[in-house]
Design a protein. Structure first.
Length: 85
């Protein structure tokens, strides 16, 4: 991931700061090429995980295993751990 401080792109800084609650779409020749979305550190982590192919493979493998082998309900997990329901 690459980060750029807003001080390095003053033309964009004004748009990002004034529209801090909505995405800013960057275009080139009328075509969307990037988007700047408001967020905090948690949002950045979620975004990076959502586009990470290895993480997506883990999720898909886990989903297939759940479908083929079944899983435990949260109530069963709590019971096995001796926690209150």
């Amino acid at each position: 991931m690459r980060t750029i401080d807003l001080s390095e792109v003053p033309a964009l800084a004004a748009y990002v700061q004034s529209a801090s609650s909505e995405p800013v779409v960057l275009t080139q020749d009328g075509q969307a090429v990037a988007a700047v979305i408001p967020g905090d550190e948690r949002d950045v982590e979620n975004l990076l995980l959502s586009i990470n192919p290895q993480f997506q493979a883990v999720l898909e493998r886990s989903q297939r295993r759940l479908e083929s082998e079944g899983g435990l309900s949260s109530a069963e997990v709590r019971r096995r751990l001796g926690l209150d329901p």
